[in-house]
Design a protein around this ligand. Structure first.
Ligand code: GLU
Length: 303
């Protein structure tokens, strides 16, 4: 199979696409990103990496960071983490507060904002925010095999300034006893984790530990790799998770910066980036590109 040719074809198709979705505009740093950009990068099981488009341009990984934060938290707390956050798809927007009242402050899963805030809060029971962020960056850098990965402080500041909904979620969960630290402290760390910047090429490398291939960096146990992939499949695209599973058939986690990390277990770690979003807040062209890739390669966890 000629993956390089497939990638070229996808890149060409995406460049021509007239409808690129809408760039997130809740903070100026994201609103200013040029929607004309597109990148895709793939690391194969033998370690070969192939990239097309703007694969060396750093972007805000936003909620893709929830995957790394979860892997880190499970390593620190083990299955105790599941006392505080569920594993069911939410069927609601990333920042919805609706379910929290019915479910008494227990967020549905670690990939919606409320769940990710609890995951960060749980790690902060044993780490100061600065230590936690240092450890998270170390985790991501080790996964990517690249130290040139940083937090964009301007983005973190803007997230804090516009984070009213996240503050509401945090206070609400604290009212139910499901947030142990002050909302300001936990959200300070959470906003910084959302503000990690990576290139598409770096993100594809950082996903290698989820491929389930022995030669790749082993940061978590094989059993945990399978479980993180299961959560990405069922919850990785907010209320668009079912549609992504149907169209692509691979686990993926998206972020409002327009990045998506997709894993083809045993075969590849794939990162795609295009800043324009669809209705559910997932990269529009990114989703179309991985759908095209899955169709052309036949990669799917469903056989
Ligand atoms: N920083 C965003 C928020 O918490 C992340 C959302 C996302 O990437 O989906 O609102």
């Amino acid at each position: 199979m000629d993956i390089a040719a497939i990638l070229k074809e996808i890149d060409a198709a995406m460049r021509l696409s007239p409808n690129r979705g809408r760039v997130a505009d809740y903070i100026p740093e994201l609103a200013a990103v040029d929607p004309g950009q597109f990148a895709m990068s793939i690391v194969l099981a033998d370690g070969t990496q192939l990239s097309v488009g703007d694969a060396e341009v750093p972007f805000s990984i936003q909620s893709v960071s929830k995957v790394f934060a979860l892997a880190l938290a499970l390593g620190r707390l083990g299955d105790r983490l599941w006392d505080r956050v569920g594993r069911e798809p939410s069927g609601l927007a990333f920042n919805s507060i609706l379910q929290l009242e019915h479910e008494r402050g227990l967020p549905r899963n670690p990939f919606i904002n409320a769940g990710a805030i609890v995951v960060t809060d749980a790690v902060l029971s044993t780490h100061a925010p600065r230590e936690y962020l240092g450890e998270l960056l170390r985790f991501i850098r080790t996964a990517a095999g690249d130290d040139d990965i940083h937090i964009n402080q301007g983005v973190a500041r803007s997230e804090t300034e516009t984070g009213n909904r996240n503050f509401a979620l945090a206070h609400y969960m604290r009212a139910f006893g499901n947030l142990t630290n002050a909302p300001e402290l936990t959200l300070g760390a959470y906003f910084h984790q959302c503000a990690v910047e990576m290139t598409c090429a770096q993100l594809a490398r950082a996903g290698r530990f989820l491929m389930g291939v022995p030669d790749m960096p082993r940061l978590v146990s094989p059993e945990r790799v399978r479980r993180i992939n299961a959560l990405m499949m069922t919850c990785g695209h907010y209320d668009g998770s079912g549609d992504f599973a149907y169209r692509v058939g691979l686990p993926g986690k998206s972020g409002v910066g327009g990045g998506i990390l997709v894993i083809a277990p045993g075969r590849a770690s794939i990162a795609v980036w295009s800043p324009g979003l669809n209705e559910q807040g997932n990269s529009k062209l990114g989703t179309e590109a991985v759908e095209m890739l899955a169709r052309q390669t036949g990669w799917s966890v469903f056989g």
